[in-house]
Design a protein around this ligand. Structure first.
Ligand code: FAD
Ligand code: NAP
Length: 534
């Protein structure tokens, strides 16, 4: 199948590049592996091949590890004895967040079926997932190619390289940044922005429930510090661009990848080399692996100066970030809004910036063009019947798609009842879109609005606490056929809200806890309980 030249023969680094023979040979091998040129997992679009479960392995289609709150070690344990593609799925972060361009199941199937060569697309899984996938992928390389796996559907699983412009992370388009407005009032501990884009130039549209993918750019100050640490010039050419441009737009400067430590281990010696090797293998000799970004990695090896070309190749590509769209195309054609919480934190003495959130908050100006795409939602949408009541639970930025739902229902005159649960830290500072929401309440569009402020009182009070207080009415909406939607934090909030819903079903729907769990599970299967969590 693979017509590639053997890896050892491929020469990527030219003979006149400034490396010794052994360095050149190592770098050639490194780049061949990185780019999968050794044929271990070539991207062969359209080729329908797969990995069947070898004898003794069970593939019952169930995925008991599909829980975004479960640690990877537990997920992998549950997947033991399952075929490779199922173990690959267990390695994913289980959020079905769409950032990789698939859901967890389809991404793992695509890798196992050798139609997707990229192992680093699971952003919430981070380095843990990437490492586990790499190990499983080595197993894949030894597995004979057989017939398609049972659940494989190429049309769904293929990365949408050929998708229309602006419809996939692999084919972004440019949209115009219009404006930003801070949603928190002075005194808040949060920094959340309402962001507007103009889509009229690019012609993109969307439906409520979809997300917007943003290709951000790294901050110039950080880029210049890294260039200084490399002892390089801004203008040195790499990949046909200046080093500075490549570091700004093409590579991730956040978590230091194992491949960067591999490179550092090669160009240093003695104890330094051992330390770099340990770091490359996922060990944590300094106890700070979780916060070691590219700059911090270079600081650990001060004076070791990788060649710019090798350095750039050792970094991960810059990944886009998704944001739930908070506007309705039906209400404002050609416009698109987001609701973005700004990620800023300090490690040691250095301020760290979330890539895309701070890009949207401060590194673009009105009129600037940004590379974007619409990520279609496959399981987060308004009910088909506009009369169906909806219950929306979205604390913090979780409000985003619900603002969109409400604006859409208003624009289309949908008669269904609407109930919003919103919450945040403090009522005085963090009541996003309060004028708009209060007006919707007054007009009757918003049938009910239930609020929960976690830091107004002495004790934390969350949306699920409010849900429990009004459990009887919530149950009667459910019994009337309402859909339930949850958006926001995946790790804690979503799970706690689901637990509250189970308790409400048990108490007011007169069911045992087990029956209530089944009831909520059934709601999910029927598409009546939908989540957009991250
Ligand atoms: C489908 C979907 C919809 C989304 N919708 C929204 C939305 O509507 N609004 C929104 O704001 N976000 C949304 N997100 C999240 C968004 O995609 C980004 O993940 C978020 O904005 C952070 O991205 P960033 O590039 O700014 O930060 P990154 O550069 O990705 O940095 C974030 C990382 O920094 C680290 N970090 C953060 N805080 C700390 C800390 N205190 N200490 C140590 N490390 C820390 C963590 O490792 C974290 O993963 C959504 C995500 C998905 C998948
Ligand atoms: N990595 C981090 O340290 C970090 C920190 C904050 C947010 N985030 C992430 O950033 C994203 C955006 O955050 P956001 O601005 O939308 O707001 P958020 O931080 O998710 O907070 C929104 C509201 O939810 C409350 N909350 C906290 N835990 C909860 C739980 N278990 N159940 C219900 N409500 C809970 C918060 O209260 P309290 O804060 O008062 O408890 C706050 O009132 C989310 O994905 C979030 O996970 C990450």
């Amino acid at each position: 199948m693979n017509q590639m030249t053997p890896a050892s023969r491929l020469e990527i680094i030219p003979a006149n590049a400034p490396f010794s023979d052994s360095q050149r040979s190592w770098l050639n091998g490194f780049l061949v592996g990185l780019l999968s040129l050794d044929g271990s997992a070539p991207l062969v679009p359209g080729e329908n091949v797969g990995v069947l479960a070898p004898a003794g392995e069970v593939d019952d289609g169930e995925a008991p590890w599909h829980d975004q709150t479960m640690p990877i070690s537990d997920r992998m344990k549950l997947a033991e004895g399952r075929p490779l593609r199922r173990r690959m799925m267990a390695a994913m972060a289980q959020q079905d967040c769409g950032q990789c361009g698939y859901n967890c199941n389809d991404y793992s199937d695509a890798i196992a079926n050798r139609t997707e060569a990229r192992l680093n697309l699971c952003i919430p899984g981070g380095k843990e997932t990437a490492r586990m996938l790499k190990a499983l992928h080595e197993e894949l390389a030894k597995t004979p190619v057989t017939s398609p796996s049972p659940s494989f559907t190429p049309a769904e699983a293929m990365p949408a390289i050929t998708a229309a412009p602006g419809r996939s992370r692999d084919n972004p388009i440019t949209a115009t940044f219009l404006s930003r407005r801070l949603l928190n009032k002075n005194g808040s501990e949060k920094e959340t922005w309402h962001i507007d884009f103009d889509l009229s130039g690019c012609g993109l549209d969307y439906v409520v429930g979809d997300s917007f993918g943003i290709f951000a750019r790294n901050e110039i100050g950080l880029v210049d510090q890294i260039i200084a640490m490399l002892g390089a010039s801004h203008t040195v050419e790499v990949r046909g661009k200046t080093l500075r441009d490549v570091l700004i737009s093409d590579v991730s400067l956040a978590p230091a990848p194992d491949s960067l430590f591999e490179l550092l281990s090669f160009i240093t010696g003695g104890a330094q080399r051992e330390r770099a090797r340990a770091l490359a293998q996922g060990e944590d000799p300094d106890g700070d692996a979780a916060t070691t970004d590219v700059m911090a990695a270079l600081q650990k090896f001060t004076g070791v100066r990788p060649h710019p070309e090798a350095f750039v190749e050792a970094l991960e590509p810059l990944q886009p970030r998704l944001y739930s769209i908070s506007s309705s195309h039906n209400a404002a054609p050609g416009k698109l809004s987001l609701t973005v919480d700004c990620v800023r934190y300090v490690v040691g003495k250095r301020k760290r910036l979330g890539l895309a959130s701070t890009f949207l908050a401060e590194r673009i100006d009105p009129g600037d063009e940004v590379r974007v795409y619409v990520q279609k939602s496959h399981s987060f949408a308004l009910p088909k019947d506009p009369k169906t009541p909806i219950i929306m639970i979205g604390p913090g930025t979780g409000i985003a798609p619900f603002r969109a739902f409400l604006l859409d229902r208003k624009a289309t005159g949908a008669p269904g009842k609407n109930w919003l649960f919103f919450g945040h830290q403090r009522s005085e500072y963090d009541f996003f879109y309060s004028d708009e929401l209060n007006a919707m309440k007054t007009s009757g569009l918003l049938t009910r609005m239930s609020l929960a402020w976690s830091r107004d009182g002495d004790k934390k009070f969350y949306v699920q606490d409010r849900m429990r207080e009004v459990g009887r009415e919530l149950w009667s909406w459910l019994a009337e056929g309402a859909n339930v939607y949850v958006c926001g934090d995946a790790k804690r909030m979503a799970k706690d809200v689901e637990r509250a819903l189970v308790d409400i079903v048990a108490q007011f729907g007169a069911r045992s806890t087990d029956e209530a769990v089944l009831f909520v599970g059934e709601l999910k299967k029927q598409g009546r309980f939908q989540q957009d969590v991250y």
